[in-house]
Design a protein. Structure first.
Lengths: 1076, 368
């Protein structure tokens, strides 16, 4: 069937803030779908609450709404837009659940909107575990023995019929949220109460364990005519028991015979048809017994998913785009394969390479959280490596993790890190082989398939060979070629040969040993392809290793000018995520608008930047100087941009410059100025700008005297520790002593501890600006809602500022401009500034695009990244039209909300501090501050209480400030309760307050009360290690029971403002304005 | 683990691809073709349609899941050589390499197989030989000889792989029809599929006569797959021509091409053929689009088909003829492999069509 003519306007739902299990892959799929539908001449309305996405760029859809993904907002938007249809299958579980809710509440019917791609019945059939099992029975598919339970009684009965370990899978949650593996009845009961709570329908499937089985996933597509294709088969390196999002996976599947694979394929097709998926993408997961070959179905998702993004990048088959086209009526045979440009999309990609995906974790951000992988997803990002062999792709993926330039460095072996799945298992496996463990021993411990273990064994055997036989004095070229083909980095080979990385590199260059670049073409070379999507491999040329593949040559020969490379951000992690991909993609588009050809280099399969039609040439490569160097060489790039992809490219810039490449924009000198604290303080002094007092100490005695000079409170952090780790606010001498004794391992004369004045209660702001040689533009000022002390990535923010005085604001802007000129920034500069007693302190100045850039761009309508590119290209202020932008003329108020992953980390604390913990952000836009706040809170998945009990546990100095808040809640009809001290204070001040015992005061205590489910909101402030530890139980109970828990007084005040607005029930919805 | 040594693929043009071969395997020559299937190496190697061919698997990792006699599609390995970037050779599993070695099939791995694929795609499928050893000049001379010898051999490849003696097999459906099968290089799974619904099979040689078929008292005729140029297959087109309209005829691959020739159509050589498990087919008989397993170097020329015959299946990649059907003559030709092995199973329904529409349905009509 060709395109439907009755569809003129469709609405696409996004997936909201980035959370574990639902990340920027949905930005990729949504963006792709929008582009495809716009190209078909449809009006596309996009709704998403996440400002960091490319899809919410005003240019991507006809109209973009950054609004909460909630029925109340959608009702408004549907009212305004009156679309013909809604596509719920591109925005992950969030969009699917929202669509179901809109259907259930009759909102779709009210506005006469149909659902495309999947209807409620289909969604339920796949997502409701009981209905799904009926379907499996009907098609004769098997599944693990399991029981669906709805309460604890049923749960205990179920556990009696099955054998431990048992797997808990709550209905309708994403990323296995609230589920897990339990090994005994005690653990089971504890986990069950959380799981029942987590499922929106209070239903949990209790499943007999299939731990140790092989796990596979098929990414499939289906059209209205019934054509069925498997786009990609994925096999998990880690056997069942580890969530597939946390597993290392490879594609295509490696260990199934054709007979077994075809049987699995047949079953997938039958299930898909029975579930009733009319059109679109879906994935089905299977487990296969390693010995008997017995096969069971694990689950199915009737929508575009995390793995479909991976599958798209792995194969070149754009699943989301095709899903969108199928939804509007096309069939697969009516859509041309973009990559070949001549064959239709009803085919199954053939791969002549292997891809490996490795998840990226951020356990270090959550002290106390156990690095243990289960059926509940915990990874925050992923990298993909493409190579001609499994070995090469695995090694490239490991190099993409950016943990170590050697990829697989020698480490100290911990066998426990092998027997329990964890984020570092792969490195310990390498080490175990180095130390003589055998394949069968490690298979016993891990149940990982022998096939995979043997590959690692061989790599390690080669390491040994190389170590023993490679001599720089009489180098074996053959051995070097073999090493590069296995995927060893120069850095690793240097360590093995006990020489420097440069020596290996020089040898390689002397011998013209460079990788070739191969095309990802969906068809293993069967058809001619023009699509410039490449990966490197040393498996090039029969004997002549300097040969670049012909297709690369063809493409390069067509370029009229030398291209510019943009380096991406690599795998997402906390602190460096989708925001930087936004900058990269905008950067590509801006360069293209200035008629430049762009080379994109990135290793993250979830992103828009790695879509084959984003840049002119895409290289899917590790963000590792050695690999980037080769790409820059082969493409003859004129220069590279390092300031858009976050810290990753910045860290690499120096090496690339040393290798003869040209950096575009701010020089190394500017970067150095910002990173070298001594030089930075010198220039601040020179410009008359204040910075917080600071000092260095390696011994506690020195620290004490330093702090006497600086003054308490201070922030301490060891040098050479990444990402704000071990950073603490210290208020007293005894805390300082404790800090030094606890961090003794990280502090030494070579690595002293940084001690900074902590500006207690200061107002923090973020400024983003762009500077060119002869102009500078302030693009926006974001005022943090939380006071200094909370990491800027974790604090809520508002634009325009609500508390900053205009006079101070003017001073701030002037100071920023001065600093930008002095640092000779070309391009972006992000400044973090604190204001205390009207004095301005410069905390940090980073000459790169920042996390706040997309938020500011959307709040103000200023295309910041485009200005940055204009600056880097040396355009004049007239050419860049900077006078047409004025952030101060912003009419609406925008608030940035944040979301945290505490639920996923059982032992983690939700207290905020100098270390960033949030995974994503939301944006609320309103006519005034309260409305914007409310939307930001709502979009950050905070449930607003309507009545009930508000519990306070406050540190001494916050009590007076929170009294007003308590009074307000009391007036609004909430009951107030508090820990004994706070309660006494409130009662004294005539706020009737129920008093509860603190944790250490005996039981029942305040935590028992929270866990009993009576409390609707908790306001808990604490600072200093002891007080934080004492109140941990309170915050943990809130996380487990999804009770909003506010840990900063400013947040509490903001929450109250939002709650008052919430009660008025007046929520507007407004499309973003098109950028000028 | 199997010991490897340097080896070459030498094309008749003199082009050389250098890689690793199993030590001590004798050199062999064949037509060099590539296959894009991810799995099914053992089925492919034992498919007689690959007779005289050296196979390049485009998926670099081969031999991963070992071997099994149940994968065999005929009584022997037919290929003249097996190439892939990597063939599993570890202490735990070198089964496939061992099996190739035991059957004296030369291998070549550890080289840029994509460069070779692109060479075959752009320049067609040449003759070549896999020769192991150190000395390229000697190897080149040897390759030249081997290729020449191959070229001088009898061109009726179907006859060379076909059963010479007829064979009777019982079917699983005692009430079902009896099927005569002309073996041009039959894959075992065609017979298995027929056995599911037939009472018995009579499998005849590629040079069987029309009289032999009629004497067998079969209710219908299957023309199987097979290797080589259909134009070089002797006797079969005439046999089939004599049987047209006399009994239902179902041809697969070579069988389909022979049916075409019998109907008066012509065949031509494709530039580099279709070999893989991902080829989309539009089927107007079953009213579906599905993925198929394919392995052929020749195709029927649509323009030369008689008016009584409809093109009912098309390859959507290049719009070549993938199937023909004549209701009046009650014959069906299918260019791809509904018996799969390896490859997807959707087109298995064509066997059902053969039995229900072409055999039972007609019988009812005759009787009514």
């Amino acid at each position: 069937m060709p395109k439907r003519n009755d569809l003129k306007k469709v609405l696409i739902l996004g997936s909201g803030p980035i959370v574990i299990g639902q990340a920027c892959e949905f930005d990729y799929s949504g963006t792709q779908a929008c582009k495809a539908l716009m190209a078909e001449g449809l009006e596309v309305i996009l709704v998403n609450s996440n400002p960091a996405t490319i899809m919410t760029d005003p240019d991507i859809a006809t109209r973009v709404y950054i609004e909460p993904l909630l029925p109340i907002s959608l009702d408004k938007i549907l009212e305004i837009e009156k679309p013909d249809a809604l596509i719920p299958t591109l925005g992950g579980q969030t969009a699917l659940n929202l669509a179901l809710e809109l259907d259930r509440q009759g909102i779709l019917k009210k506005h006469n909107v149909q659902m495309l791609g999947a209807d409620p019945k289909v969604i339920q059939s796949a997502e409701d575990r009981e209905l799904f099992r009926d379907i499996l029975d009907q098609v004769g598919a098997r599944y693990p023995v399991s029981f669906l339970v709805r309460n604890m009684q049923q749960a205990i009965e179920a556990s009696e019929k099955l054998k431990f370990p048992l797997i808990l899978r709550p209905n309708y949650t994403l990323g296995g949220g609230g589920g897990g593996i339990s090994y005994n009845i005690e653990e089971y009961k504890k986990m069950m109460s959380i799981a029942l709570h987590e499922s929106p329908t209070s239903e949990v499937l209790v499943e007999a364990s299939i731990l140790g089985w092989k796990e596979f996933e098929l990414e499939v597509m289906h059209d209205a005519a019934g054509t069925f294709v498997v786009v990609c088969t994925i096999e998990n390196f880690d056997p069942c028991g580890v969530h597939t999002g946390d597993s290392i996976t490879v594609a295509p599947q490696q260990t199934l015979s054709d007979q077994d694979y075809q049987a699995m394929r047949d079953e997938a097709c039958k299930i898909l048809r029975k579930v009733g998926v009319q059109t679109g993408g879906a994935n089905i997961q299977f487990a296969v017994h390693p010995k008997t070959g017995e096969r069971v179905v694990i689950e199915m998702n009737p929508r575009v998913s995390r793995s479909s993004a991976l599958a798209s990048k792995a194969t070149g088959f754009p699943i989301a785009k095709i899903a969108a086209l199928l939804a509007i009526g096309y069939n697969l045979n009516e859509i041309t394969n973009d990559i070949t440009g001549q064959t239709p999309c009803c085919f199954e990609p053939a791969l002549d390479y292997v891809v490996t995906k490795i998840p990226k974790f951020s356990f270090e951000k959550f002290p106390g959280a156990q690095d243990l992988l289960t059926t509940q997803m915990k990874s925050v990002g992923e990298a993909m490596g493409i190579g001609r062999t499994l070995e090469e792709s695995l090694m490239k993926a490991l190099l993409s993790m950016e943990l170590h330039p050697e990829g697989i460095p020698d480490i100290s072996l911990d066998i426990e890190k092998i027997s329990f799945p964890n984020s570092l298992r792969i490195y310990h496996l390498f080490q175990a082989f180095r130390e003589g463990h055998t394949v069968s021993q490690l298979q016993d411990l891990t149940q990982i398939n022998q096939y995979f273990l043997e590959k690692i064994d061989q790599l390690v055997a080669f390491e040994k060979d190389f170590k023993e036989n490679f001599k720089l004095s009489s180098p074996s070229f053959e051995l070097l070629v073999q090493a590069k083909r296995y995927g060893f980095s120069d850095a690793r080979l240097a360590t093995l040969a006990k020489v420097s990385e440069n020596e290996i590199r020089e040898l390689r260059f002397q011998n013209k040993l460079h990788p070739g670049f191969f095309q990802v073409d969906t068809c293993a070379g069967e058809f001619k392809s023009e699509t410039p999507y490449f990966y490197s491999s040393y498996w090039v040329g029969a004997g002549d290793l300097s040969v670049v593949s012909t297709s690369t040559k063809n493409i390069l020969s067509k370029l009229v000018s030398k291209p510019i490379a943009i380096l991406g951000g690599g795998p997402n992690r906390i602190g460096q995520g989708i925001e930087f991909d936004y900058s990269c993609v905008r950067g590509v588009k801006a360069l293209q608008r200035f008629s430049r050809k762009v080379v994109m280099i990135n290793s993250n399969p979830e992103t828009v930047s790695t879509d084959y039609d984003t840049a002119d040439l895409l290289f899917f490569e590790p963000l590792h100087a050695e690999f980037v160097d080769e790409v820059l060489r082969v493409t003859g790039c004129e220069s590279f941009v390092a300031q858009l992809g976050g810290q990753t490219p910045i860290n690499m810039a120096k090496k690339l410059i040393q290798r003869g490449h040209q950096l575009l924009g701010s020089t190394l000198e500017s970067m150095d100025l910002s990173e070298d604290r001594r030089r930075f303080s010198e220039i601040c002094l020179e410009l008359g700008l204040k910075i917080p007092n600071s000092g260095l100490a390696s011994r506690v005695e020195d620290a004490i005297s330093e702090v006497e000079r600086i003054g308490y409170p201070v922030i301490c952090r060891p040098s050479y520790v990444l990402g704000g780790r071990r950073m603490e606010v210290i208020e007293t001498k005894s805390e300082l002593e404790s800090y030094f004794s606890r961090n003794a391992d990280a502090i030494s004369p070579q690595r002293p501890c940084f001690i900074d004045q902590f500006l207690e209660g200061a107002l923090e702001i973020d400024v983003d600006l762009v500077r060119a040689k002869d102009w500078v533009k302030i693009c926006g000022v974001v005022e943090h809602i939380e006071a200094a002390g909370v990491h800027s990535g974790d604090s809520m923010g508002v634009l325009p500022p609500q508390r900053l005085k205009e006079e101070t604001q003017n001073k701030v802007e002037m100071a920023c401009e001065k600093l930008a000129h002095r640092m000779k920034v070309i391009g972006h500069l992000n400044l973090q500034i604190a204001i205390k007693d009207d004095r301005i302190y410069i905390l940090e100045a980073n000459p790169r695009s920042s996390r706040s850039v997309p938020f500011v761009a959307k709040a103000t309508g200023i295309p910041i990244v485009d200005l940055g590119i204009a600056a880097m290209l040396g355009l004049s202020s007239e050419q860049a039209r900077i006078d047409s932008y004025d952030w101060r003329k912003t009419k609406l108020v925008s608030v940035k909300g944040v979301v945290f992953p505490f639920k996923k980390f059982k032992e983690a604390d939700s207290i905020l501090g100098p270390e960033m913990k949030s995974t994503g952000e939301s944006m609320g836009r309103g006519i005034d501050y309260p409305e914007a706040l409310l939307k930001a809170f709502l979009s950050s998945q905070i449930r607003f209480p309507e009545k009930g009990e508000v519990f306070f546990s406050l540190r001494e100095k916050d009590k007076p400030e929170m009294l007003e808040v308590a009074k307000n809640f009391s007036r609004m009809g909430f009951q107030i309760s508090a820990t004994s001290g706070t309660a006494a204070f409130f009662n004294e001040q005539n706020v009737p307050t129920v008093s509860y015992k603190k944790m250490f005061e005996g039981r029942p205590n305040c935590v028992d009360n929270i866990r009993a489910g009576k409390v609707m909101l908790v306001i808990n402030t604490a600072r200093g290690r002891k007080s934080i530890e004492d109140s941990f139980g309170i915050r943990r109970a809130c996380i487990d029971l999804s009770i909003p828990c506010l840990t900063e007084t400013d947040t509490a005040e903001a929450f109250l403002l939002a709650l008052k607005y919430f009660q008025t029930q007046k929520l507007t919805a407004r499309a973003l304005e098109k950028s000028i | 683990m199997i010991k490897m040594e340097q080896g070459f693929l030498i094309l008749e043009s003199g082009e050389v691809f250098q890689g690793q071969s199993v030590q001590g395997t004798a050199a062999r020559a064949g037509e060099v073709v590539f296959n894009t299937s991810h799995s099914g190496y053992e089925e492919i190697a034992t498919d007689p349609s690959y007779f005289q061919q050296i196979i390049l698997m485009t998926q670099p990792m081969q031999g991963n899941y070992g071997v099994s006699d149940s994968f065999w599609e005929s009584r022997q390995i037919w290929i003249e050589g097996f190439m892939a970037l990597q063939i599993q050779n570890t202490p735990g599993n070198s089964d496939w390499l061992q099996r190739l070695q035991k059957n004296q099939v030369p291998t070549l791995c550890q080289f840029d197989t994509r460069a070779l694929t692109l060479r075959l795609r752009n320049g067609g499928t040449p003759w070549g030989a896999i020769v192991s050893g150190q000395d390229l000049t000697r190897s080149k001379a040897m390759a030249k000889d081997l290729i020449q010898q191959k070229k001088n051999q009898d061109l009726d490849w179907a006859w060379r792989v076909s059963r010479q003696e007829s064979e009777i097999r019982s079917g699983k459906n005692p009430k079902g029809p009896k099927i005569a099968v002309i073996d041009f290089g039959c894959k075992e799974n065609i017979l298995r599929e027929l056995q599911q619904q037939a009472s018995s099979l009579v499998v005849l040689s590629s040079r069987a006569s029309a009289a032999q078929v009629l004497d067998s008292k079969a209710d219908a005729l299957m023309l199987t797959n097979g290797p080589g140029n259909p134009g070089d297959v002797q006797k079969a087109p005439a046999t089939v021509r004599a049987l047209l309209g006399k009994l239902p005829i179902f041809g697969i691959c070579m069988g389909h091409q022979i049916l075409g020739l019998a109907l008066g159509a012509k065949t031509y050589k494709l530039k580099f053929g279709h070999r893989g498990a991902n080829h989309p087919i539009q089927d107007t008989l079953l009213k579906q689009i599905y993925m198929t397993s394919q392995n052929h170097g020749y195709a029927l020329d649509e323009k030369t088909l008689p008016a009584t015959v409809q093109v009912t299946q098309k390859n959507l990649n290049d719009q070549t003829v993938a199937g023909i059907y004549s209701q009046s003559l009650n014959c069906l030709g299918i260019q791809f492999h509904p018996e799969s092995h390896p490859g997807p199973h959707e087109s298995r329904l064509l066997f059902d069509f053969f039995f229900s529409e072409m055999i039972y349905q007609r019988r009812t009509q005759q009787w009514s």
